[in-house]
Ligand binder design. Structure first.
Ligand code: ADP
Ligand code: ADP
Ligand code: ZN
Length: 211
């Protein structure tokens, strides 16, 4: 099974992808995670990407397409995968077509822009295992450390209000047209992402027939 999670920054793509990944036994491939690894390792690519990401802009298509192609060639991807944060432009979606990748389902998580700022301002991430929390909606056991691995939770540099607004503009301009792109193929399912976390999860599992 090959699944794409589509949706604005903070819609809940990463959170749902993590749950579906466990349930379906296929890995989540997140270009955001791959890019943040490159930044942490201070690779030339990471250094070049950091200023774009911190400005709320997209990393160039060629760069992310190459990172994704390399990741999908690894062994754990042979029985399917979940794409979280890719494609983000029509050119990236066309690159998947050119690679001969047939996507089974695109889950589009809908959340209104007004909700996004609160979501992202309260997002906390685990630098150890990559788990995502929210200070109010999905807190870790003690609020400070990852429940899974114990690492101290951190806030992303790009989750600041000015950057969030810029990311939303970029999303509407470059990424939202993908809804139509996949709608036309009859593989798009839109789920309401503003419900309680558990309700959004139930809708997602239903959309993917994983209940
Ligand atoms: P979010 O979870 O908020 O949607 P991501 O972790 O997916 O954010 O991505 C963080 C940033 O990394 C993006 O704002 C963008 O700058 C860059 N990025 C991630 N994936 C892509 C992509 N497919 N194309 C271009 N830039 C990307
Ligand atoms: P994305 O990958 O789309 O950027 P995340 O999965 O990182 O989004 O979620 C953004 C923030 O919102 C996180 O702090 C997450 O815990 C929280 N969150 C995700 N889904 C919901 C939901 N349905 N209700 C409330 N908060 C949510
Ligand atoms: Zn952790």
């Amino acid at each position: 099974m090959k699944i794409i999670f589509l949706g604005a920054p903070g819609a809940g793509k990463g959170t749902q992808a993590e749950l579906v990944s466990k349930k379906a036994g296929i890995p989540t491939i997140s270009t955001g995670v791959i890019l943040r690894e490159a930044i942490k390792d201070k690779t030339p690519l990471g250094i070049a990407a950091k200023s774009l990401i911190d400005n709320g802009q997209l990393v160039p298509d060629e760069v992310v397409i190459e990172l994704l192609t390399e990741r999908l060639s690894q062994d754990d991807c042979k029985n399917g995968y979940i794409l979280d944060g890719f494609p983000r432009t029509i050119a990236q979606a066309e690159a998947l077509d050119k690679m001969g990748i047939a996507i089974d389902k695109v889950v589009n998580i809908y959340v209104a822009d007004e909700t996004i700022i609160n979501r992202l301002a309260g997002r906390r991430s685990c630098p150890g295992c990559g788990a995502t929390y929210h200070v109010v909606f999905n807190p870790s056991e003690d609020g400070e450390h990852c429940t899974g691995c114990g690492a101290v939770l951190t806030q992303r540099d790009d989750d600041k209000p000015e950057t969030i607004r810029k990311r939303l503009t970029v999303y509407h301009e470059l990424t939202a047209p993908l809804e139509q792109f996949y709608e036309k193929r009859g593989i798009l399912v839109t789920v309401e992402g503003q419900e309680e976390l558990a309700d959004t999860t139930a809708l997602t599992m239903k959309a993917l027939e994983l209940l």
